[in-house]
Design a protein around this ligand. Structure first.
Ligand SMILES: NC(=O)c1ccc[n+]([C@@H]2O[C@H](COP(=O)([O-])OP(=O)(O)OC[C@H]3O[C@@H](n4cnc5c(N)ncnc54)[C@H](OP(=O)(O)O)[C@@H]3O)[C@@H](O)[C@H]2O)c1
Length: 326
């Protein structure tokens, strides 16, 4: 993942944005009026109606990705967007002015009135959702999709253990696994047991009361958004030939060999085709986002603190503009 250098040209119309001029804690973020970005030839300018909050936001802001991927300042967070195409570059072929789109700009920038995107980063927004609901989908659902469908190739009748099933990724993972005909065991704390069941989990495990190993045995796949002890204990519940996928660590090769299983570290990427398939499942009523809070743009700064706790239920959405009429 690479991050853009937002160049604030002086002669462009202004827009509202959340901006960091230095790395650090969420309080380095400021609500500012900055020049609107101009799309390059292979980009479209999107008027953002809504964005959302991800644990990746505080990580980006901390400067972690500056060392790993060369992040540049100033920085506008926001990896999820739903909005309307306002302008297209000369080499853009699929997107048209006025299209309602949703997606994951690889470089962030969604916490602003406008963002530029490449065609592979967005798809037509689900018709059955409004913009606020659509903005809750891209990063969480893409991560779950790319792990369960692209990497694990989950099959009907297989059993998957989904840790953190109530979170931004897990809430989509449960529904995607069910839509593919798998049996789902999901974990969360006591307060989120109702949500695991509502999302379709066959077995809901309260990790504060029950060891998941006592319930999950010989599973085909594990999705791990937690790491550390949760990942270390997960190797024991996977059948030979099964797979463990972690969102936060590289599975230990010695453990994989010992148990005769496969492992993958997942790194989500924007993908217009995946977004289109996810939109189809949403419009077919098989997946829905769990929006637990809708905040105005200036509260996005405080929302970063919540994201860093890793105890979000579903998704927190940032409303940037009113829903368009019609
Ligand atoms: N590698 C990638 O490409 C990628 C992509 C997306 C996300 N991620 C990472 O994946 C992690 C999860 O992302 P997210 O958006 O789903 O986060 P999130 O919305 O904060 O959700 C985390 C969920 O985990 C649950 N949880 C916390 N501790 C747990 C434990 N010990 N056992 C089981 N469940 C536990 C929480 O439920 P309770 O409140 O009930 O505990 C919460 O619902 C983050 O670290 C994020 O940075 C990585």
């Amino acid at each position: 993942m690479l991050f853009p250098h937002f160049v604030f040209a002086e002669d462009k119309p202004l827009m509202k944005a959340i901006v960091a001029h230095e790395y650090g804690a969420p309080d380095v973020l400021k609500v500012e009026e900055v020049p609107r970005p101009e799309p390059n030839e292979d980009e479209a300018l999107v008027r953002v109606i809504a964005s959302s909050v991800n644990p990746a936001d505080p990580l980006t802001l901390s400067g972690k990705y500056a060392r790993e991927f060369g992040t540049h300042l100033p920085l506008i967070p926001g990896y999820d967007i739903a909005g309307i195409v306002e302008k297209t570059g000369a080499n853009v072929t699929k997107l048209k002015v006025g299209d309602a789109v949703y997606g994951y700009p690889n470089f962030g920038g969604g916490w602003a009135d406008y963002v530029t995107v490449k065609e592979f980063e967005v798809a037509a927004k689900p018709k059955s959702l409004n913009f606020v609901e659509s903005a809750a989908v891209p990063m969480g659902a893409l991560t779950a999709w790319q792990a369960l469908v692209d990497v694990a190739k989950l099959q009907p009748g297989q059993t998957v253990l989904i840790h953190g099933g109530s979170g931004g990724v897990g809430s989509f993972a449960i529904q995607i696994a069910k839509a593919r005909g798998a049996r789902v065991i999901a974990t969360a704390s006591t307060t989120n047991q109702d949500l695991l069941k509502q999302l379709g989990a066959d077995v809901a495990v309260d990790y504060t009361k029950t060891k998941f190993e006592d319930v999950a045995k010989d599973v085909d796949a594990v999705l791990d958004p937690i790491g550390k002890e949760t990942l270390a204990r997960s190797y024991n519940v996977i059948k030979k030939g099964g797979i463990v996928m972690s969102l936060v660590a590289r599975p230990d090769p010695a453990e994989l060999e010992k148990h005769g299983i496969r492992g993958a570290g997942i790194s989500v990427h924007p993908d217009a085709e995946d977004l289109a398939e996810i939109a189809q499942l949403i419009d077919a009523g098989k997946i829905k986002p769990i929006v637990t809070q809708v905040l105005p743009l200036n509260e996005a700064i405080a929302a970063q603190q919540q994201a860093a706790t890793h105890h979000t239920r579903g998704k927190v959405v940032i409303r940037i503009a009113e829903e368009p009429k019609g």
